[in-house]
Design a protein around this ligand. Sequence first.
Ligand code: COI
Length: 357
Amino acid sequence: MTLPIKITPTLNSKISSVDFDNIPFGQVFSDHMFTADYIDGVWKNCEIKQLGHLSVHPGNLAWHYGQSIFEGMKASITNDGVPLLLRPEKHIERLNNSARRMCMPEFPEETFIEAIEKLVWMDRAWIPSKKGSALYIRPLMMAMDSALGVRPSDSYKLLIFTLPVGPYYNKPVSLLAQDEYVRAADGGVGEAKTAGNYAASLYPARLAKEKGYDQVMWMDAKEFRYIQEVGTMNIFFVIDGKVITPKAGGTILKGITRDCAITILRDEGYEVEERLLDIAEIIEAHKNGTLQEIFGTGTAAVISNVYKFAHKGVDYEIDVDQFKVSPFLKTYIEALRAGEKADKFGWLSHLGEGVLA
Ligand code: COI
């Protein structure tokens, strides 16, 4: 049984003020948001209403000790105007995994999916139709107790809001392999999509930018030897026709686009390995000419090419014009999202008027 959702459509849509040909990532918010409260051990007060500010006490536990988790997913629209969601059930599964790790309450899966379906349907006019653009959906759960003891909060809020977005990266990126700072260690929270992981990445990312690199390539926390991820995306390498990505063993985010990429590529006959990936192997492949591609996968990043990485003061460049796997994947996922490709894995939900019933 799903929880009841009260719906109050806004009377003040902001959509006419949006330039859909020029949308910066993460800055334009659509009209509505979903909110729910966890009070006395149950989720309640599910509501879709006009997006607005929250009133939060200065002693809010999420602000002080970081009980804050989120998701990133996207809605797209077919050429004949049907809104589509891609694998929403994987996002609630991951949100609830993050919740368990951060000592937060799980949210009921069916209500989560119903809330997103209703919200996206109500704001369907905000879904950009341009290839590479989408309606980004941001579910966020945060502690709501006001108290300064270090303990799990008793009350929480779940918010879901949406933003029309263009590409996160609109050109290939360069990465600096970290050999000082770490994103995640075994036993830590690297696999949880929690705010603190992103906060901890900001300073090393700033240092990388000052040196001229777009992002950090995170390495394992013991030896700075095994590649983990990029922070904004999971990472893939193509060496001699074989696709290799670091194994999701607790320190990297289990990306849903990562999983789509692995599934699609295996289905197309590619050999895909998920395993420990020593940076020395990548450097060796670069030296002997077998390193063919490096690209990232993520909800926001979709499929983003890497044209250069640096390790211990040496730059290794790669010609993105020769990439084949990455453009294939990007075209595949974009076509799937536009409803132009058969949904052979059953990943898409098609939304219609009925979702408001
Ligand atoms: C996403 O891809 O949805 C993320 O949460 C990553 C962030 C860089 C926007």
